[in-house]
Design a protein around this ligand. Structure first.
Ligand code: SF4
Ligand code: SF4
Length: 164
C-alpha cells in the first residue's frame, strides 16, 4: 500500500513538472535543468542534454493534444498512477513472435514505435533511445511496452504478440 502511494506521488510530481515545463515553453526546464535531466536521462548533467528542451516541449504538446482528442489512444496507453515502474513488459501476458529473429530484448535496429511517436529521445544516428532506463522511461509507457494488443497494432510492431 505504502509502495503504491509512493509510485503515485512520484508520478504526480513528475506530471506537474512536465506540464509546467511544457507550458513555460521549456523555460522552467532551463531553470531546473538538473532535475529535468535526472527525470529524463538518469543524470544531472543538464548541459549535455539542453538542446532537446524545445523539441521535447513540442513533442509533449503533440502528445497532450492526442491524449485529449482521442479516447481510444487514452484507453490504449492509460497507466494507473499506482502502477509499479517497469523495465520490461509483463512476460506472462506477452511474448516475442516466433518469426522474430532475436528472442532477447533487442529490437534489432527497428525504431518504428519511437518514430511514430516522433520521440525526441531517439538518437537518429544510432536508432537508440537516449532516455532508456530513466524515471520517465520506467514510470510511463516505454518500459512496460507492450501491455495490450491495441498498442502492438497501433505501432504495427513486428516483435511482440499477446499470449492467448
Ligand atoms: S515497433 Fe516493436 S520491434 Fe520496433 S522498436 Fe518498437 S517495440 Fe521494437
Ligand atoms: S523508447 Fe525511448 S526513444 Fe522510444 S519512444 Fe520511448 S523514450 Fe522515445
Amino acid at each position: 500500500m505504502m509502495q503504491r502511494a509512493k509510485w503515485a506521488s512520484a508520478r504526480i510530481v513528475f506530471l506537474m513538472m512536465a506540464f509546467a515545463g511544457t507550458a513555460s515553453g521549456g523555460v522552467l526546464a532551463y531553470l531546473l535543468g538538473p532535475v529535468y535531466s535526472w527525470y529524463f536521462f538518469n543524470d544531472t548533467n543538464f548541459l549535455k542534454h539542453h538542446r532537446l528542451i524545445l523539441p521535447l516541449a513540442i513533442s509533449h504538446l503533440k502528445l497532450i493534444s492526442e491524449w485529449v482528442r482521442d479516447p481510444d489512444y487514452r484507453k490504449m496507453f492509460a497507466i494507473p498512477l499506482t502502477a509499479p515502474p517497469m523495465r520490461g513488459p509483463d512476460m506472462s501476458r506477452v511474448r516475442t513472435k516466433a518469426s522474430w529473429p532475436d528472442s532477447a530484448s533487442a529490437c534489432n535496429g527497428c525504431a518504428q514505435c519511437c518514430i511514430k511517436r516522433s520521440c525526441s529521445f531517439l538518437d537518429p544516428e544510432t536508432n537508440q533511445c537516449t532516455c532508456y532506463g530513466s524515471f520517465f522511461w520506467r514510470y510511463f509507457n516505454c518500459g512496460r511496452y507492450p501491455e495490450n494488443v491495441k498498442q502492438i497494432e497501433y505501432y504495427n510492431c513486428p516483435k511482440w504478440e499477446v499470449i492467448g
